[in-house]
Design a protein around this ligand. Structure first.
Ligand code: APR
Length: 173
């Protein structure tokens, strides 16, 4: 039984222990999913983010979820796509790994990820889906207490990329 599943929909509605936000290095809000999460969580989220002193690309920081159904928000900063030879894949993998480890350190056993960097940051969705599935699979072997990881797509096309990447993993096992 795989602990990784996919979902199409709005991540702000998921009642999991932690949802992951595709933030920017300021952690002070932005567009896309960042805006959606801050809007749903309410102003206390930004107030807590102001105390975090930003976040480097590939790193992650955790806050409460406030008005969200999720208990926590893990804010991670994905790489901006620059063509693929500037270490983007390693930085994206680091977002998934550091977020999972931070979740486990904070007793978050169900986690939902968006397709980090595939929107405003321009990372090709198929490549990003492969990095996401490969990294989550590898890190989950190390974190047996994590019960479920949900990879959330906001549209059918993104969902198909995730399903395909998962299918390749299943075939490979
Ligand atoms: N639920 C789930 N997924 C969502 C939602 C939502 N409510 N809103 C957007 N998405 C999807 C987008 O369709 C995209 O596939 O999340 C993915 C990430 O898109 P972005 O939000 O553009 O994030 P990213 O590409 O990582 O760019 C980060 O955008 O929001 C700003 O402040 C953020 O500057 C940072 C940049």
């Amino acid at each position: 039984m795989s602990r990784i599943e996919t979902h199409i929909g709005d991540i702000t509605r998921l009642a999991v222990d932690a949802i992951v936000n595709a933030a920017n290095s300021s952690l002070l809000g932005g567009g896309g999913i960042d805006r959606a999460i801050h809007r749903a969580a309410g102003p206390e989220l930004l107030a807590e983010c102001r105390t975090l002193n930003g976040c480097g690309t590939g790193n992650a920081k955790i806050t409460k979820g406030y008005r969200l159904p999720a208990r926590h928000v893990i804010h991670t900063v994905g790489p901006v796509w620059k063509g693929g030879s500037a270490g983007e894949a390693d930085l994206l993998a680091s977002c998934y790994e550091t977020s999972l480890r931070l979740a486990a350190d904070n007793d978050c056993w169900s986690i939902a990820f968006p397709a980090i960097s595939t929107g405003i940051y321009g990372y090709p969705a198929t490549k990003a889906a492969t990095v996401a599935v490969t990294t989550v699979t590898r890190v989950l072997d190390d974190l047996p207490d994590i019960l479920s990881v949900t990879l959330v797509a906001f549209d059918e096309t993104s969902h198909a990329h995730l399903q395909e990447a998962l299918g390749r993993k299943t075939d490979a096992r």
